[in-house]
Design a protein around this ligand. Structure first.
Ligand code: ATP
Length: 310
């Protein structure tokens, strides 16, 4: 079983508007509200691609209850740790081909809750063969919290696939025990290294040879429509994907992470791991709803992906 962790989930609210009028009233008809946050996108994609998945993390209040109800209604198992604070809302206003987002910071976690989750987590991971950690840490948790979670997983011989950015990522990489895989995009990689990274084999290779990544088995850099550049131990791969009609690429990185975790959990070959991840990323980009994949289109994309050792 794969356990997906979302420490700062949200109710993602989408407001489609013809035009966004400032400083006056805007009325919305087709509101959608989904259980959101990067980890829950991963969760839904894993569920749709047939994985045995359990969603966990922190939820609180009525909005936290809403998230759990939404997951249950989709047939997704979950085991969250309850906190005092209210789970956040994140609003995306879709107008004139643009997306204006209003993101709440979310609840602040107390010390007791931080400790409580670690013991909840420690018990829960017995059931897992693989874990995914996605997204930002909520206020109140120390920046090295993912590192502590990775250490607990290591003690029980559980593998972790990590997708976060900024200080949470920097701190997770400082630990002695490393995640199995990280999946930065090019901007996140650049931020990590403190320098611009060009989309060329030479520059990407040089970037991934940084001592920062020592001990991490897989570093997968997602490049949107340009596919992926990846390092597995000392082998570098360039993954080229076919052009596709894109509907909404938001969450494609999460869908890709789901695919990478699933294929690694099944102990697939490098080629299959990279292809499966890319196909799920592309399938998400072809859907209107974030964290949604239509598996009927899987094979045709899978067969068009080209992988080269470089
Ligand atoms: P997000 O933060 O929105 O989840 P990301 O920046 O982490 O995204 P991307 O690099 O944009 O991740 O996308 C991940 C993968 O999804 C890509 O490597 C590719 O396989 C697929 N993908 C994303 N955008 C496109 C696109 N425009 N055309 C084709 N495939 C895409």
């Amino acid at each position: 079983m794969i356990i997906s962790i979302t420490m700062n989930p949200s109710i993602d609210i989408s407001y489609p508007l013809e035009t966004l009028h400032l400083d006056t009233v805007n009325r919305v008809i087709n509101v959608t509200k989904t259980a959101g946050g990067k980890g829950l996108n991963v969760t839904r994609v894993l569920h749709q691609s047939g994985a045995d998945i359990l969603a966990s993390g922190l939820v609180g209040g009525h909005f936290g209850a809403f998230i759990q109800e939404k997951l249950s209604s989709e047939g997704i198992c979950h085991h969250f740790f309850m906190i005092e604070g209210e789970t956040r809302n994140c609003i995306a206003i879709l107008h004139q081909g643009k997306q204006t987002e209003i993101l709440e910071q979310g609840p602040s976690i107390t010390n007791d809750e931080a400790k409580g989750f670690l013991s909840h987590f420690d018990q829960m991971i017995e059931q897992a063969s693989m874990l995914t950690f996605s997204g930002s840490l909520p206020a109140g948790l120390p920046d090295d919290y993912y590192k502590d979670m990775i250490d607990l997983c290591h003690k029980k011989h559980k593998l972790v696939v990590l997708d976060c950015s900024g200080r949470a990522l920097q701190n997770a990489l400082k630990g002695q025990i490393k995640p199995l895989l990280i999946k930065p995009n090019r901007e996140e990689l650049a931020a990590l290294l403190g320098r611009n990274v060009k989309n060329t084999i030479t520059d990407l290779k040089e970037a991934l040879m940084s001592p920062l990544f020592d001990g991490i088995e897989w570093v997968v850099v997602s490049l949107g429509a340009d596919g992926v550049f990846a390092k597995h131990y000392d082998t570098f791969y360039q993954v080229k994907i076919p052009p596709i009609e894109v509907v909404n690429p938001v969450g494609s990185g999460d869908a890709m992470l789901a695919g990478l975790a699933q294929a690694l959990d099944y102990k697939q070959s490098d080629e299959k791991v990279l292809k499966h991840g890319n196909v799920l990323g592309m399938l998400n980009a072809q859907e209107k709803v974030t964290g949604q994949v239509n598996m009927q289109n899987y094979r045709v994309l899978f067969d068009q992906i080209q992988i080269k050792k470089v």
